[in-house]
Design a protein around this ligand. Sequence first.
Ligand SMILES: O=C(O)CCC(=O)C(=O)O
Ligand SMILES: [Fe+2]
Length: 282
Amino acid sequence: MEKLKEYRHADGIATIMEGLAEDGGVIVRDFIGSDLLRQFNAELDEHIHATDPGSALEDREASAFWGSRTKRFTRLAARTPSFAQLLDHDLMHQWAGHALKEGYWLNTGQAMIVGPGEKGQVLHRDIALWPSFMEGASSAPEAMVSILLALSDFTEEVGATRVVPGSHRWDDFKRPADPDSYVSAVMPAGSALLYLGKTVHGAGSNVTANTWRRGLHMSFVLGWLTPEEASTIAVPWEIAKAYPARVQQMLGYVSPRHRPDMEPYNWLVDFKDASLYLSREA
Ligand SMILES: O=C(O)CCC(=O)C(=O)O
Ligand SMILES: [Fe+2]
């Protein structure tokens, strides 16, 4: 396989999910429109400038994962209103609604800005954040849906994300991936790589002299799993209260439900939906 399957936003989620079931990762062109793309990049500029490349963590393994010439930061819904728009993306919610039937919320939103000279990231599965799901391998329930949004053109040279097609269907997730078995998600800005938590992937190497690759990761996870990012702490209610209800729910200001028509069972305040407590405070 030389290229990932490519769809357009207008193809609809049912068709896109067929490709995802097969390969574990597909490209959707025009995932966001040109206005949002421009606005997003403008809002991110100051934060990219203010962030140093390299890991915030001392741990060597973490540094190898994070890279030394990559800028990463989170708290995106507090820093960029554009991210709140992305959190409300209909196609993303159609997908999450099908894949994560017991309810879902935001796992994390991260800017991943790969700089010149960065080496290829170690290939990995994001679902490794919840070790029991690695044990269950392909037979574990679907727990996570992710995108890597291209905010600048993703070429082989700037470090387009690498994907190992079909790796979500392996029955042993301890089996190491052949380092050359990947396909690069080459795509123009505004497109997104859609991939599963079980799919082996990693950032590519940036061999350019001075071109930064602007990528943005957003993932949703089952509502009964603890997300990577503590969104209710990262994004104060003073900011979140202006956002639509679905965005507030992604951030944890509305309690996740096992089904939309059910009362929530977890992430409660006084046994009730967290949002009721907030409205009482108001
Ligand atoms: O930046 C990329 O292309 C992928 C990064 C990634 O997979 C991660 O940090 O988990
Ligand atoms: Fe990853």
